[in-house]
Design a protein around this ligand. Structure first.
Ligand SMILES: C[S@@+](CC[C@H](N)C(=O)[O-])C[C@H]1O[C@@H](n2cnc3c(N)ncnc32)[C@H](O)[C@@H]1O
Length: 217
């Protein structure tokens, strides 16, 4: 911060940092709306915006399917001009050639949590941003979060998709109740989706993004 010698103590001239990341422009924001992702528009924009605003160095996506979530994270990192993404799925159903985003994204065909250490090795360090969108059963969500303890940096941001889905919510709550590895920052997207299982007529809830932060030791 530079203060003009002629100015009074209460006024000053601020010379901005030259760090190029401060001037990054969201040129690829539209990818949040055009990529085929299993997410509602508000959730897609949130995902792009949080990556763009937080500027994480190493991102992890658990659960890829069509690859839309990966494309959105890649778009934000590309606009920042920094950061890498590792995406993991045992059987992705990609709708595009991964080579289009391979400049800063790696696809691991494997399972969370068993293959999370491999993801960390590929990223060459601990993750500071994670999008969890894999198996939505309560035990799997619990295991995903427990597995993340060993591969995330203190202070890492963790978003969990479909957090209104009851098994996902129970899995998150169980991990929060059992330990102090994560702090609950609440719902980052209130996209509660009260639907119905067509075959049985049974009500079924999906949607929502819950935000956790790895605690610092
Ligand atoms: C809801 S889709 C992911 C959608 C994607 N994140 C998006 O934004 O479009 C869930 C994916 O999780 C994958 N999956 C299931 N179990 C997994 C596991 N143990 N580890 C990683 N991915 C898993 C499935 O194969 C499926 O492709």
């Amino acid at each position: 911060m530079a203060q003009s010698p002629a100015a009074s103590p209460s006024t000053f001239t601020f010379r901005s940092s030259d760090d190029p990341i401060l001037r990054a422009q969201p040129h690829r924001l539209a990818t949040a709306l055009t990529a085929h992702a299993d997410q509602k528009p508000r959730e897609r924009v949130l995902l792009y915006s949080l990556v763009f605003a937080l500027a994480p160095r190493r991102c992890l996506e658990i659960g890829v399917r069509w690859g839309g979530g990966s494309r959105i994270i890649h778009a934000a990192l590309s606009d920042l001009g920094a950061g890498v993404l590792v995406s993991i799925d045992p059987e992705p159903a990609l709708e595009f050639d991964w080579g289009q985003i391979a400049d800063r994204a790696t696809l691991i065909r494997g399972r969370s949590p068993a293959d999370l250490p491999k993801c960390r090795t590929v990223a060459d360090g601990l993750f500071d941003f994670v999008f969890v969108d894999g198996d939505h059963s309560e035990p799997s969500v619990r295991e995903d979060l427990e597995g993340l303890v060993g591969v995330t940096a203190p202070g890492a941001d963790i978003l969990l998709h479909d957090a209104y889905h009851q098994p996902v919510a129970r899995g998150i709550d169980a991990v929060l109740a059992a330990g102090s590895s994560f702090r609950d920052l609440g719902m980052a997207a209130t996209t509660r989706n009260e639907g119905v299982r067509v075959e049985t007529g049974r009500p079924l809830t999906y949607g929502g993004v819950r935000w956790l932060r790895r605690t610092t030791p």
